[in-house]
Design a protein. Structure first.
Length: 390
């Protein structure tokens, strides 16, 4: 690896206090991201919130530019929002779907996304179809294509599921969507920051993500990419004076760019911090980050699989940095608590977080240990050693 792990850990204050394997929940922020936010909060306190926002306009504009550069998009296609669910919902609930319209998704859909689909099905009578998985656990792209019919209006897929290691073949789904002229919405919440993402290669028309996970940005930040050609067809369910202009007493006009998915009020310090986090990730190198995460995750899986009573539940030929496991004698919540007592951070994923996949595979509550490039081989040994001594 070309990256200097010792220097990156020294640049991460949390590494001195915890062994952090909860990066799929919220990764540890690097010092520049923390400093950027603190600097702006001090400026707000000194000169005022509105005035400091004007003074920081170059920095907040750069957040759009940085995300656009990371995704191979344009700044006017990048909206800043407060979380990935709002980003995803701005597209899904902004589409003019009617009774009988058809939405295609995959079995490993995240709960918040699928609940939104069920809500809209209840409200408007849309139809939801779930494509099956192939023998490796990925969405079966050929089966998905066969399920397309004349009323199919959207394909929505989770890139990296919350409850296992697999990476869905988003590029293949994108090619199918493009061939049939169907918008493709990609949930990149768990993939942004741990691998390169190019919206042209992915073929997605919209992409939602958060800042707090593998991008190492602040909580309460997220972003949405919408291809310029799709923007005119969408109207976010929440529209204010930032998203639209009130032109007559009985009329408003939506802005033709990213602003129609945003609101006027914004966490300026968080937005600045997100931009710094994206620049930081690109400076480290997203391809290098992907390689490092892959190496660490494979090592962790192998170490856990060697432990008596432990079952690793990750699927997929191509896997991410998310590792999930259970123990035959100890509940996932107990394992998490025992690890936390030793300053080892993990999380627990329950079946309802990705219910279709969990029911299909018979998954229990699982411990989720998600690695990042600043983790070390010694930390993996510490985690597996702690599980061994349960």
């Amino acid at each position: 690896m070309s990256m200097d792990i010792a220097a990156l850990r020294a640049d991460t204050p949390g590494c001195a206090h915890v062994t952090h394997f909860n990066n799929a929940g919220a990764a540890l922020m690097p010092q520049p991201v923390l400093q950027a936010q603190m600097d702006h909060l001090r400026l707000e306190a000194r000169i005022g919130g509105y005035e400091s926002a004007v003074a920081a306009a170059d920095k907040t504009d750069d957040t759009h530019a940085a995300i656009a550069e990371m995704l191979n998009a344009r700044p006017k296609e990048i909206a800043f929002v407060d979380n990935a669910t709002r980003a995803w919902g701005a597209v899904f609930f902004g589409m003019p779907l009617r009774e009988g319209d058809h939405v295609l998704t995959a079995r490993a859909s995240y709960a918040s996304n699928f609940i939104g689909m069920l809500q809209r099905a209840r409200q408007t009578g849309i139809e939801i179809d779930v494509a099956p998985d192939d023998e490796h656990g990925h969405v079966d792209v050929e089966a998905l294509e066969r399920m397309i019919h004349p009323r199919t209006r959207l394909i929505a897929v989770t890139h990296v599921p919350t409850n296992g290691g697999l990476i869905n073949p988003a590029e293949d789904v994108g090619r199918v969507a493009k061939a049939h002229g169907i918008p493709f919405l990609l949930d990149a919440c768990q993939s942004a920051g741990q691998m390169p993402l190019d919206v042209e290669r992915l073929g997605c028309d919209a992409l939602s993500a958060t800042g707090r996970k593998f991008l190492r940005g602040p909580r309460g930040t997220g972003f949405l990419y919408v291809r310029e050609s799709l923007i005119p067809y969408l109207e976010s369910p929440i529209v204010d004076l930032h998203a639209a202009e009130w032109t007559r007493p009985d009329h408003y006009e939506l802005h033709p760019d990213r602003r129609r998915f945003e609101t006027w009020e914004v966490n300026v310090a968080g937005k600045i911090g997100l931009g710094v986090a994206v620049r930081y990730a690109m400076a480290v190198g997203l391809a290098e980050i992907r390689q490092r995460i892959d190496s660490l995750a494979n090592r962790l899986r192998a170490s856990l699989e060697a432990l008596p009573g432990v079952t690793v539940h990750d699927s997929g030929l191509v896997k991410s940095g998310i590792v999930t496991f259970s123990h035959s004698e100890h509940a996932a919540t107990l394992i998490k608590e025992r690890l936390l007592a030793q300053h080892i951070n993990t999380s627990v994923v329950v079946p309802s977080s990705a219910l279709l996949d969990a029911l299909h595979r018979g998954l229990p509550d699982m411990v989720r240990a998600s690695v990042h490039y600043y983790n070390t081989e010694d930390e993996i040994s510490r985690l597996t050693g702690a599980v061994r001594t349960l």
